[in-house]
Design a protein around this ligand. Sequence first.
Ligand code: NAP
Length: 232
Amino acid sequence: MKRVGLVTGANRGIGLEICRQLGEAGYAVVLGSRDAARGEKAAAELRAEGLEVHVQELDVTDAAAARRVAAFVEGELGRLDALVNNAAIALDPEDSLETVDPEVMRQTLETNFLGVLHGCQAFLPMMRRQEYGRIVNVSSGRGSFSKLAAGGPCYRISKTALNALTVILADELKETNVLVNAMTPGWVRTRLGGLKAPRSTAEGAETAVWLAMLPDDGPRGKFFRDREEFPW
Ligand code: NAP
């Protein structure tokens, strides 16, 4: 039976590339997209490369949608081996906590933090039943607590919270074969990263794919960049 991986926010950018690399590694890929048509367009690209891709409409801010996708995956594909929580927004690049619209903070936390919680809660029962799971939280160096500084406070705080979720969830699951880790892709050329970024999506995706396929004795509750531990 093929292993199955789901990537959120996968219709473009790093998420799409994570799907490609998982597919190339032999996984059946579930490509999560908040817009079904954009998801199908991205999937067509991967299918043309010979990869198995299933599109699921998934707005990560919608907990019920995450549960519906989990039911689809269990019913149609039988299992979920890897959940890559990749979807995110960055709405406040130049803002400060003094002036930021609290609504932007709410939206950012809803997507970048609660969105991950929704995915984990929807898929963990299946991972526990099958006694196997890899959860990869795509975080950012900008959320590293030891490096926090002014600029983009909503995005930064959402990723710091995501890092905390990673450590706590990994500890809650320490008696299981479900490994939870976070990674940062570095500064990557995407709509979020901009054109000046030095890294390709292939470079940005690689560590997430490695974490999605960790052996049973692999790390848990750690933060990585380029397969090396990165400071929280
Ligand atoms: P991107 O090109 O802007 O892609 C973001 C993806 O997230 C898009 O597919 C977008 O869908 C999706 N998304 C946003 N809100 C969503 C929601 N509510 N539900 C479902 N999907 C949603 O960004 P990227 O650079 O590939 O970023 C991927 C991940 O890497 C993010 O977690 C980001 O924080 C992290 N990261 C990126 C960089 C960088 O330099 N690029 C650096 C550090 C960390 P739509 O197309 O529908 O908008």
